[in-house]
Design a protein around this ligand. Structure first.
Ligand code: NCD
Ligand code: ZN
Length: 346
């Protein structure tokens, strides 16, 4: 017996597409299944002005496969020197959908990020006034804070004070990895939502280290203990409108991952929908898949869901997806959930 599920076409509310050869190679992997994606601005150099965002959007559109209906939703990379007038004009024009806050030094290509939230309060006040959402990489960066505690400490020392100071600011706590993150979002009745990645629903920190170090499971925020993963699963599959998909699919070439100082990032664009159908079925929540991937995100961002659909079919033979994709810069390994997948996008 074949099982089939048809859902509103999904969106990815947190995606890294990079540029040039990498962009060419990874864009079709997302455009095949997703209607829209929030495009991360952490290029080198970062996308900081409206002009940067317009030029990057045009490079993405030029790299799209023929007939692809995919729409990139652009973001600006917030720095200590962001011009609120430029930002507001870009938002009013529909050129950008959100602004991204990276604490300086938190992750890949974040050196130009915000050094202290105090420096950007005038910009954040402007964003609150015009309704522009803020996407936050929620980790503190101090060398004295354990890497597994960085998200929880950020919530207490940065996110909560920021929300108290500026309750009108619409915030997306991105790629949450802890029960603390889930609980904090559930305690908020307005202007706070969270994205959850595919891989954080599947791996815990053991997957990175047990039996030898697995660089392709290294990403930031780093995967946490099992009870945190279970809290993420519960939140994602609950249907709660405050949680939605942001894959954080973040390609790096194998030499850059499999190195003495390997880059952070998991590339999951290729098999994300098969992984998610598996996860939701395992938790008896296939009926909530559509809310997580296709409805909650648009509702929070105040846009209509996609009008077309995506169908997945379950078969006994495992889905045959590539374990890596070729780019002109080198191979990029596709996320391995550690088990065969049976839900195939048709
Ligand atoms: C991202 C990247 O490679 O750009 N890496 C990651 O581990 N998630 C940056 C980010 O989103 O933190
Ligand atoms: Zn990311």
């Amino acid at each position: 017996m074949t099982e089939t599920i048809t859902i509103t076409r999904p969106d990815d509310w947190h995606l890294h597409l990079r540029d040039d050869a990498m962009l060419q190679a990874v864009l079709p992997e997302t455009a095949r299944h997703f209607g829209r994606a929030i495009i991360m601005p952490n290029l080198v150099p970062p996308v900081v002005t409206a002009a940067d965002a317009a030029a990057y959007r045009d490079r993405i559109l030029a790299a799209l496969p023929k007939n692809a209906a995919f729409q990139p939703l652009m973001t600006l990379y917030l720095t200590d020197h962001t011009d609120p007038v430029d930002l507001a004009a870009a938002y009013a024009d529909g050129l950008i959908t959100a602004v991204k806050l990276y604490p300086a030094g938190a992750t890949t290509n974040s050196a130009f990020g915000v050094t202290d939230i105090k420096h950007v309060m005038p910009v954040l006040e402007k964003m609150a006034a015009i309704g522009c959402p803020l996407c936050i990489h929620g980790e503190v960066t101090g060398a004295d804070i354990d890497i597994f505690d960085r998200e929880a400490v950020f919530i207490d020392t940065v996110l909560d004070p920021l929300r108290r100071a500026l309750p009108e600011l619409k915030i997306i706590s991105e790629h949450i990895t802890t029960k603390n993150g889930v609980d904090y979002v559930m305690s908020a009745d307005q202007n706070l939502a969270a994205t959850i990645t595919t891989h954080h629903l599947i791996i815990n920190r053991n997957h990175i280290f047990v039996g030898g170090i697995k660089p392709h499971y290294f990403c930031l925020p780093i995967a946490k203990r099992e009870h945190h993963r279970l809290a993420l699963r519960k939140a994602a599959t609950s249907g709660d409108a405050r949680f939605f998909l942001g894959t954080d699919s973040a390609p790096h070439t194998d030499p850059n991952k499999e190195s003495a100082c390997g880059c952070a990032g998991v590339f999951s664009a290729t098999n994300t929908m098969s992984c998610l159908a598996h996860v939701f079925e395992q938790d008896g929540a296939l009926d909530q898949l559509e809310a997580f991937t296709s409805l909650n995100g648009p509702a929070y961002y105040g846009v209509a869901p996609n009008r077309d659909t995506l169908t997945l079919v379950k078969s006994t033979t495992p889905v045959d997806y590539p374990t890596s994709i070729e780019t002109r810069d080198g191979p990029v390994t596709v996320f391995d959930p550690g088990y065969p997948l049976h839900w195939r996008v048709v």
